[in-house]
Design a protein around this ligand. Sequence first.
Ligand SMILES: [Fe+2]
Length: 437
Amino acid sequence: MSFEVLRILQIGDIHQPEWPLEREGRDVKTALQSQLFADGLGWYRIERILAALLHHADSADAIVFVGDYTTKGDALGLETCIAHFAALLRPELGSDRDIPIIAVPGNHDVNKDFATDVGISSKFRTLQGLVRYRKWQALPVETLISTDLERNGMAAGRIFSVNTCMGSWELAAFGESTLQTLTLLRQMTETGRVPKVSNNSFVNETGDVENLQYDNYDAPFVLQNVLSAMSQALSQAPPSCALIAVGHHNLLQQEVPRYAPYAELLNSGALRKTLQACDRSTIYLHGHIHDGPIEIISDAENPNRQIVSVSAPALTHGFNLLEVHVTEDGPPLGVNVRRFRLKPNGNVMEELPVTIPLFSLTHKQRVLKREAEVIAVVEDEQRIRFVKLIDLPKIRALGLPEKDLGALVISLYWRKLLHIDYISSPSSEWMLKAMEA
Ligand SMILES: [Fe+2]
């Protein structure tokens, strides 16, 4: 048995060009002060985030953007954003590493005019073209896009990117009676028969009926044929392969209520059911809510069917790095979600990682003899570095190569039979600790 780590960098909503470009960490009282000094004293929030992001991009196996590159899907905003990140990430990855960059659309990447004029799928064509031009993985529009993360010629992880924004912001999403009402309202506002009011009206402050789409109506959903394709692909994946889906929208309603009509993913229940139907743990990465909750959606009847749903905050607040532990000959072990967040002092700090096993613990408690011996040695020592453990006579007597011993202690870690500090570092830095009784 050997184990591998798959590192996936998750980048949340960007909303270019609304990055806060004011300098932080200064208090400018008056314009009479020297602008030169005032500028020199401040720092840009986005610079700190991007520096930390680049540091971790270097070791990532895949980079995932969860959508909302812009706010109104304007072509210039999309182009600027994709070009910026393409230029930023590619050189850092080095010429000998060509890792997949995966992007899904967000509802705010849909342009209102496109949505009205060109139809339900073509409204994504600007973003689709930009992503293709930069040689990122294909943008999911009407189909499921699958990307393999390989180890030793095998798929150790499979990432499914999904378009959750099919119905977003277009008249085609509305039923006949709503369309008739909108048409009537437009005619009435054009003839001045409807006053421009902001409350208790279908018409917004400017009296602009079409803007109603942006102000009030979203209608996100996933196409049924994409769910069917995903269901089939999940069931056909090798048992040792980590299964990761990426979409823009959240699967569950959140703390902040959204009470506009059709604001949440309309068929999130169907997407959840599709992910759970494969009888294995899956990971779902998303954005949209500009917050970073990590939720586990489980099925009481079958504990193996859990969805680990991980949200990335807006990029101006930080990003996530997921470390998925997989083995060659067994199911994936677990995922460490490492959360990097911008703090008020301007530093990007790593918060405590959230560690989630990807199997049901009740099915993994049988302890092999040599595992019991390793646990006993760690309990005797209370805490011991992995490199010291290897040299102990009792451990040498097990006759395990270092790689296999590493996989053994990682398996014990995920089964909560021992603890490892610095698990994100190379094994030479691991500190093994006995679990508290
Ligand atoms: Fe957003």
